[in-house]
Design a protein around this ligand. Structure first.
Ligand SMILES: Cc1cc2nc3c(=O)[nH]c(=O)nc-3n(C[C@H](O)[C@H](O)[C@H](O)COP(=O)(O)OP(=O)(O)OC[C@H]3O[C@@H](n4cnc5c(N)ncnc54)[C@H](O)[C@@H]3O)c2cc1C
Length: 433
């Protein structure tokens, strides 16, 4: 299928809403809207569209696009060095998601006058959704620390600030759009530094409303929302702050909503490890000596520029870094086991359903992946999840959408109960944590 604009991407539930298309469109014909199912999606106003095809050329879900990279293993990417560490500044570390390395690096670049500001995300208290903003002071950068696991149109904001010397914090899909823009439109000024986040998937913004409601404070003005607040110790619980008080939800409640609100496109993304950025940062999963309540960040330097800035930030005392092999980081993120298996299974399922697959068809043929046993174990469940998320994304009616959400929650609760009963049958008792 030849794709001339991004309308086929949204109609196949493949839009991540990175916003590259809206930012590059010369006739302002593309808008990122919230669809009936609460997902952000790019929509074309056909009256304004001049058929230039620019949007299709830089969309990371267009199967005709293949950004170049100097590595054969696109699941790992180029790994120049690996580290685990934290921000030296305690305030930055405490506010941050993991160890605060991302925020500390942005502040360091700002202090060194390497950048005029940074593209980061904060919460819009009116919409209760994350929004990408250009932060032009240290305090704005620090205020925007922490992760929002819901969609945000980061590349659109980057393109709106292309006159500035900046650094940007990006997910894999966003870094991929930037690489496509770099290759196809080299005259566009892009951020000098891209700090990537490891990403196993985004959710619709409706997950935030659901968590706020479950916290017991629906309807109140929200001054802060954190998917994972470390004040109770890393990895953190859901925290909603309002003028009248603080509301907390245990992390298990957030986990129980993942399969309700997950984004279809993210389930068929190979780029968990964000291979197109200068530096990628993530949680220290699987790094046993860093499972600490104060939090650490794992880091892989992907470019020479990224490695240099990490080394000088460590030398000047902005961050504390300990070397850690990239292999350990990749193992901790279960890239070769769980992630690759999920990706290849999803590819098979896309083929079976004849859905538009977001990458060139024969890509990924020569990369070895996990055992057949793993594959069989995962395929049934993944098929159901993919069918549900695609159907949900494309639901035309809000009431129908709400019915689907309620049904899904019941089904998942039923699964948990069945699981517990099976365990009790096998082991005699279950210890609930
Ligand atoms: C959608 C999503 C999925 C993730 N999945 C994983 C995962 O599977 N495994 C893992 O190890 N880590 C994952 N992370 C990364 C992790 O949550 C931390 O961001 C990372 O460990 C860096 O921690 P830090 O303390 O150094 O970052 P901080 O110093 O807290 O800085 C985080 C920066 O990210 C920016 N940001 C927040 N939300 C977004 C967003 N949606 N898009 C772009 N920028 C944003 C903030 O504005 C801030 O500048 C994910 C993050 C996101 C946003």
């Amino acid at each position: 299928m030849i794709i001339n604009n991004i309308s086929n991407i949204s109609s196949n539930a493949l839009c991540t809403a990175c916003g590259a298309c809206a930012g590059i469109c010369p006739s302002n014909a593309i808008e990122i809207v919230t669809n009936t199912a609460g997902y952000l999606a790019a929509v074309i106003n056909t009256k304004l569209c001049i058929d230039c095809g620019k949007c299709a050329k830089i969309c990371p879900s267009n199967p005709e696009n293949k950004p170049s990279i100097e590595t054969d293993d696109i699941f790992h990417g180029v790994c120049l060095a690996g580290y685990v560490g934290c921000a030296s500044d305690n305030i930055i570390r405490q506010r941050s998601q993991s160890g605060g390395i991302v925020t500390a690096l942005l502040c360091y670049l700002f202090e060194q006058k390497e950048i005029e500001g940074a593209i980061v995300n904060n919460l819009n208290p009116e919409t209760k959704r994350p929004q990408a903003v250009f932060a032009s002071s240290m305090s704005e950068i620090i205020e925007a620390s922490g992760s929002y696991y819901a969609q945000s149109s980061v590349v659109k904001t980057i393109l709106e600030h292309s006159d500035k010397k900046s650094a940007a914090v990006v997910l894999g899909c966003q870094a991929e759009s930037l690489q496509l823009i770099r290759e196809k439109y080299p005259n566009i000024n892009l951020p000098t530094y891209t700090i990537g986040l490891v990403c196993a998937g985004q959710y619709s913004g409706d997950m935030i409303d659901d968590l706020i409601e479950q916290s017991g404070c629906d309807g109140e003005k929200i001054s802060e929302f954190r998917f994972r607040d470390k004040r109770v110790g890393w990895p953190g619980d859901v925290h909603v702050k309002t003028p009248s008080g603080d509301y907390w939800l245990p992390k298990e409640r957030r986990h129980s909503l993942k399969q309700v609100y997950e984004l279809h496109r993210c389930m068929v993304c190979y780029d968990q490890m964000n291979i197109f950025c200068d530096i990628v940062c993530g949680d220290p999963w699987g790094i046993s000596h860093k499972q600490n309540p104060e939090g650490y960040t794992v880091v892989i330097a992907r470019t020479t520029k990224g490695k240099k800035i990490l080394e000088s930030a460590a030398k000047d005392g902005a961050v504390i870094l300990e070397e850690l092999s990239p292999e350990d980081i990749l193992r901790g993120q279960t890239v070769d086991g769980r992630h690759k298996t999920k990706f290849y299974n999803a590819r098979d399922i896309f083929r079976e359903h004849k859905w538009l697959f977001p990458y060139p068809d024969d890509d990924f043929n020569n990369i070895p992946y996990a055992s057949v046993e793993n594959k069989i174990k995962m395929q049934g469940e993944l098929n159901e999840r993919l069918i549900y998320t695609r159907d949900l994304y494309l639901t035309p009616d809000r009431e129908e959408y709400l019915r689907k959400i309620i049904l899904k929650k019941k089904e998942l609760q039923g699964n948990i109960l069945r699981h517990l009963k099976e365990k009790i049958k096998r082991f005699g008792r279950v210890i609930l944590r």
